[in-house]
Write a protein that binds this ligand. Sequence first.
Ligand code: 5GP
Ligand code: ZN
Length: 111
Amino acid sequence: MEPCPFCNIVAGEVPARIVHRDEQCTAFWDIHPQAPVHLLIVPNRHLADLNEAAAEPALLGHMLGVAAQLARRMIGGGYRLVINTGREAGQSVFHLHLHLLGGRRMGWPPG
Ligand code: 5GP
Ligand code: ZN
């Protein structure tokens, strides 16, 4: 298996600015932030993408709840959640992650 950067962060083998951790998921700052607040929320267990996680609605719901809590704590105003799924959509790390972006005005449609 190829080494997975987000499994390494969850395992504590690679440093990251972790802002939340529980038994199901971990949240940390994106290394190349695209907004004043740009966090990634990942399941602790390796799941490649949303398609692989589709059979786990409890986990996905938990991650969304964590995102909303972090948004309240760290952004305050409006925010955007993004899940890029597949290379065509811009996914570059194949360990499921929610992007939580906020702290600036967002354009629509996204690029
Ligand atoms: P994707 O393009 O797959 O939707 O998003 C991957 C995100 O992970 C990118 O925004 C990228 O900056 C971030 N990223 C990639 N490698 C690392 C890493 O090792 N640490 C952190 N904190 N973020 C990473
Ligand atoms: Zn992984």
